[in-house]
Design a protein around this ligand. Sequence first.
Ligand code: GUN
Ligand code: FE
Length: 450
Amino acid sequence: MVVQGTAFTSRTPKDVDILRNHLFCINEAGVIARIVSPEEQDYEAIVEAHRSSLRFKKVADGQYLLPGFVDLHVHAPQWAQSGTALDIPLYDWLNTYTFPLEAKFADLAFARTVYEDVVDTLLANGTTTVLYFATVHKEASLLLAEICAAKGQRGLVGKVVMDDPEQNPDYYRDADAESAIRDTEAFILAVKKLAETTKQGVYPVVTPRFIPSCTDEALKGLGELAAKHDTHIQSHCSESDWAHGYVRERCGKHDAFALHDFGLLTEKSVMAHSNFLSEDDAALFAETGTAIGHCPISNAYFANSVLPVARWLDKGVEIGLGTDLSGGFSPSLYDGARQAVISSRMLEDGVNGKLPTAERGLPESRLTISEAFYLATAGGGESLSLPIGRLEAGYAFDAQVVDSRLEAAKLPVYSSDESLEDVFQKLLYLVRPEHIREVWVQGELVHKRN
Ligand code: GUN
Ligand code: FE
């Protein structure tokens, strides 16, 4: 297939490439085989050869191509409570609202309703790859992977492990470490089999909820399973004062080093939040290739904290963005990117609890909207070690077509000779789901809005 249009894609965290009226040649596997600029000799010949075929698509004037977003942290069952219950601290929120909700996913009919909705909603928001926590239930977790497979989303799905009877309610936990590991291994094998039936791929993820919910035996067993089956790994790391403090008490070290001891920090690991990393923790992330799933909206509620993104990027840590549904209320990574910028400005200039006359903020923390876009796309792809998140040869054609001229919700793009740098910024700050006209995953159309 050949797509003709103007696209924006990150080259580096700071630099966005603007590809004006380029051709994207996509092969049978849904991978971008070649990108052709209008200056190239065979540009017109390629257009002529494809123009009248069904395998040619011209992006309309006023519409733009962006890479599909990569959401590094979603609790799929929590979609059912999104926008509510953000009034209490993390520990109470888990026990009051979240564990009772997640326990209901033993019911596969309920699970199907919520999981179909969350996958549809994320696709409609331009999100083409998602790293999901499901629940402790093996069958319902597999159902989420099946729904991703059927709807064409690239889902990386974890059956959640929480086996410690001291820390988890009896109505919602694994029976013990042994059954948690057995169920996780069966889940890994089932998702790998399912993946063979998909074009875009679905992936099993080893998912200890966080250290406080798991016994040492389970954590060690999960590290071994991930190595045995070469899977992705996800968990929560140093998220809140409470969680961070609990791990220091129990393990005598920070989450990062404790997770490392259990074999859980690898090139394919993504640790949500990671707000309270020390310099040594961040160096360990960089060395092991562990990525941070940065969740700026949720961090405002549960962590009262801002991740120093610029500092850790400088140190070589991979970082992508997460919505953290429902600790973050919005399913849109546009909202996530906007909050990443806003929070970074507060970190740089904020009073940090001191009077304005005292020393303010952390210098050089501010992120631009281009950097936030990088986190939502290329940074997410690098975090997952997958060829996604860029409109570049060799990458999957995962894309969203956004419309600046939608009659019902006009964006302030007035002149056709407006600089594309400005158009890009307006899109990033102002696009809502209604502007997202089409979403493509691995060369297939998976969402369309008329
Ligand atoms: N820590 C452990 N479980 C959770 C969860 O569901 N959401 C968030 N934000 N943090 C957690
Ligand atoms: Fe979370």
